[in-house]
Design a protein around this ligand. Structure first.
Ligand code: ATP
Length: 234
């Protein structure tokens, strides 16, 4: 469903992404792993058009989206959950979730999706009137994912969902990502520092170093790879 060909991204003189090729198929969880500064976040930002690519082609559901605006990309169901679980702090949990659906007009479906999200995240239901800025880190991550789900994603781009969370909560978040993928059929492109956990829930993986793909394959094989073990799995 997503095909990236020879993607390049520059930040001024910095050549951050140097010709990445990457695919995500329907129903898959694909993970990007790599050290700090390898270019994982930049790749996601180029796909969702938060950053303009300097060269290459991005195709989503058989449509060239390389030059499409971020809003039109969201409309097509390609939704990013940014790093650092950016929620709208002065707004309530409910208002944040409603914002996720701002481009939708299918009111009955929106209501159903909201109920579904409260099923997945009962903690958000308990706190629906609480200001998002006062939620704990883990709750904010849940809200960021819930808000993305309210946009009716076909492909979810998740940037470091486990960052800064306690181990138990990390496990919970990964289980939820797996559940969303399995039960709702939403494909996921997951960027993670926690390579071990990411490779366990992913179908396929790409290893990125200094803006290039240096390895790709089945997540299981990559998890067993000696070089990957040494460099990323501790
Ligand atoms: P991390 O895991 O630390 O978030 P990453 O793999 O996601 O790392 P990116 O954030 O994509 O890496 O950064 C890739 C490279 O681009 C880095 O060298 C970074 O310093 C540079 N970079 C990222 N954002 C900018 C920016 N806004 N301006 C200039 N350089 C940037």
């Amino acid at each position: 469903m997503l095909k990236i060909k020879d993607l390049h991204v520059h930040y001024g003189n910095i050549h951050a992404i140097k010709g990445i090729n990457l695919d995500v198929n329907e129903g898959e969880i694909v993970t990007l792993i790599g050290a700090n500064g390898a270019g994982k976040t930049t790749t996601l930002r180029a796909i969702s058009k938060l950053q303009s690519p300097s060269a290459g082609e991005i195709n989503f559901l058989d449509e060239d989206i390389t030059k499409m605006s971020a809003t039109n990309i969201v409309k097509r169901g390609l939704i990013q959950v940014p790093e650092g679980r950016r929620v709208f702090s002065p707004m309530s949990v409910m208002e944040n979730l409603e914002l996720g659906a701002y481009l939708r007009k299918d009111k009955a479906e929106i209501k159903k999706d909201l109920e579904h999200i409260f099923n997945i995240f009962p903690r958000l239901y308990e706190r629906k009137t609480q200001l998002a800025g006062t939620l704990s880190g883990g709750e904010q991550q849940m809200l960021a994912i819930g808000r993305a789900l309210m946009s009716k994603p076909k492909l979810l781009l998740l940037d470091e969902p486990s960052m800064g969370l306690a181990p138990l909560l990390v496990k919970e978040i990964f289980e939820i990502v797996k559940d969303i993928n399995k039960n709702q059929g939403i494909a996921v492109l997951l960027v993670e520092q926690n390579a071990n956990m990411a490779l366990k829930i992913a179908d396929r993986a790409y290893v990125i170093e200094t803006g290039k793909v240096v390895m790709k394959g089945n997540a299981k094989d990559i998890l067993e790879n000696a070089d990957v073990k040494e460099a990323y799995l501790g």
